[in-house]
Every structure is written in C-alpha cells, then in structure tokens.
Design a binder for this molecule. Structure first.
Ligand SMILES: NC(=O)c1ccc[n+]([C@@H]2O[C@H](COP(=O)([O-])OP(=O)(O)OC[C@H]3O[C@@H](n4cnc5c(N)ncnc54)[C@H](OP(=O)(O)O)[C@@H]3O)[C@@H](O)[C@H]2O)c1
Length: 304
C-alpha cells in the first residue's frame, strides 16, 4: 500500500525512509500533495520494506521504487544505547547515508536528509550556524556527522536539515514521556542546564514539503547544502517540562536538577541552540516559537 495523491498523469514519486518515525510519519501526510509518497520502513507496514543496516539493499530499493526524490527520516536515534552499539549506529547513520549519496549521485536523484544539533559540543555563546565547527560529544553525534558529511560530499543534489529536540504526538519523545510520568508520579526531577529548541515533528515535515517542492520542480541549484531547522526560541528540559505540565494541569511537582544529578551513558551538549537564518534566507521558512507549536501539538493530542 502507498499513501498517494496523484497530481496528474505523471505524478512525482517520493520515497520516505523511516516512515514509522516521528518525522517520517508526518512526512507521509505533508508530502502527499506533491505526488505519490512511498513509505518505507523496517516492518514494511506501508508496503515497502527497507532496513538501512543492510546497506547493500539500498541500490535494489532505488531500482525497484524509481523515486524522483528520497527523504531519509530513518536513523539510529537511541542516543544512550549508541554508546554500546557504535557499529550499528555508524552503519545506519553514516555508512547507509554515504551509500545513499553515492547511489543518488549516480542517478541525479535529489535527497533530503536530517541531522542533529548533537554534532556540536554545546559550548557556544551564540546560536550555532552551519559553518561553525562541529565536534560531537557522543557516538550518536559522531555517526550523524559522518553521515551528513558523506552525503554533502557526494554528487547527490542533497539538502541536509539539522534539527533538535524532536517531539510529536507519536513515537518516543520527551513530551510523551513527561505526560506519562506526570500521571504516574507525584514528583519529577528534570535537568535544567541543557538548553535547546524543542521542535515539533509536524513543523519539520511541513518545512520539508516546501523544500521538496523546490527540489522536485526546479533544477538542483544553490539551494542544496546544509541548513539548520529548529523551532524559534530556546529553553531547558526543565523549562520544556514546565510548559507541558502547566498546559496539562495535574498535581505532579516539578524540580530542576543539574545534569550531574542525572548521569547518562552519552554526554550531551549543554547549549545547542541553532541559528536558522540560512533556511529563512534561502527558502523563506521560519518555524514558530517552540511554545506556540507545543500548544498546537497538545491541542491535537486532546483526549490522549
Ligand atoms: N529525535 C530527536 O530528538 C532528534 C533530534 C535531532 C535530530 N533528529 C534527526 O531527525 C531525524 C528523524 O528523527 P525522528 O525523531 O523522527 O526519529 P525516530 O522517531 O526515532 O524514528 C527513527 C526512524 O528510523 C527508523 N529506523 C531505525 N533503524 C532503522 C534501520 N536499521 N533501517 C530502517 N529504518 C530504521 C525507525 O524505524 P523502526 O520503527 O523500525 O524502529 C524509525 O522509523 C533523524 O535523522 C534524527 O537523527 C532527531
């Protein structure tokens, strides 16, 4: 089965890798007006099976599906687990993306791919720009940096979108964890010294649709390259949790704690706010403030 919206006799075909993920699931909807959207996932639930850990299967997948555009929302995203599975994280986030770049380059096939604020060490005093030097603190960040670098160095007409702190109505994310824990517990302690921009998966997908339309309908031009794509504004995980609990009410008490009181296998950047001005200059896209999108997302989730 495909999720499709034919736009004429020759609809463009868009292959979405990672269609079960937070961003991938939203992409199946936001990309639909642009053509025929083929959703690929490990379990094949949208009709196409694709496991990025099996890098050699990517070529046959492209031959079979013959897309006009690939959007890669698949990734190994378990940041802490990556510390003990570096080979698997590297295969999915770096080697598969490098192979996608090689294959797409040979076919002149445009690719949109996502990367992360975790490529930065988090010690900046200004929002990170695309030309600031990356230096990831953890295995996940290193694997994502290797992937974006390989894709940008390939011949593929590629747009790489670095985003941050992704949440949405589906999947594993901080918003859903906070909503669940605040129902189960009387008290929660949340880290207050890591700063970033919580970004709604639907906003990422909406911006991606705009970029996809450009890539599908104009020749690959100077709009390819690396972009930051995160919500406006920034907060700490505690600030994010505070806003969620304030909006949803309830009795749960919230306490700010330093990262030292919540040790995790992977180190995380303390301050990874992204400067999104290149995206605004090139595509005219500006994501709303994180609080605004959080309110909309919570409205969508009413009753859950
Ligand atoms: N989540 C964040 O906070 C965050 C922050 C910054 C950047 N990003 C980036 O944004 C992009 C989208 O992230 P997301 O939050 O939507 O991720 P997500 O919800 O964790 O979804 C990840 C997707 O990748 C798929 N996947 C994992 N291993 C795979 C494999 N071996 N082969 C094929 N598919 C595989 C998953 O499929 P299954 O359902 O089969 O597991 C799932 O569809 C990723 O590039 C991520 O690195 C995310």
């Amino acid at each position: 089965m495909t999720v499709s919206s034919p736009t004429g006799p020759d609809p463009r075909r868009i292959l979405v890798l990672g269609a079960t993920g937070q961003v991938g699931w939203e992409l199946l909807r936001t990309l639909a007006p642009l053509g025929e959207v083929l959703g690929a996932s490990r379990d094949g639930r949208f009709g196409i099976r694709a496991d990025l850990a099996k890098v050699v299967e990517l070529g046959p997948l492209l031959d079979r599906t013959r897309p006009d555009l690939v959007v890669n929302a698949a990734a190994y995203t378990q940041v802490d687990q990556a510390e003990s599975e570096p080979d698997l994280a590297t295969r999915i986030n770096a080697e598969a993306v490098a192979e996608l770049g090689r294959l797409a380059g040979a076919r002149g096939l445009p690719v949109i791919h996502y990367s992360t604020d975790f490529v930065f060490p988090g010690r900046a005093t200004h929002p990170y720009r695309e030309d600031d030097a990356p230096n990831p603190l953890n295995v996940y960040g290193k694997s994502k940096l290797a992937g974006e670098t390989a894709l940008l160095e390939s011949d593929a007409p590629a747009v790489v979108l670095r985003t941050s702190w992704v949440y949405g109505a589906r999947g594993h994310n901080f918003l859903r964890t906070m909503l669940r824990l605040s129902r189960e517990r009387h008290e929660l302690r949340v880290v207050d010294d890591q700063i970033g921009a919580p970004t709604w998966s639907r906003m990422i997908a909406a911006a991606t649709a705009h970029i996809a339309a450009r890539l599908l309908h104009s020749p690959p031009d100077e709009s390819t390259g690396l972009y930051h794509l995160s919500a406006a504004g920034h907060t700490s995980w505690y600030g994010f949790a505070r806003a969620i609990l304030d909006a949803r009410g309830g009795e749960c008490e919230l306490h700010p704690i330093p990262s030292d009181d919540y040790p995790t296998p992977a180190l995380r950047p303390a301050w990874s706010v992204l400067d999104n001005s290149r995206l605004a200059r090139t595509f005219g896209l500006r994501l709303p403030d994180w609080r605004h999108s959080l309110g909309q997302c919570l409205q969508d989730m009413q009753g859950e």
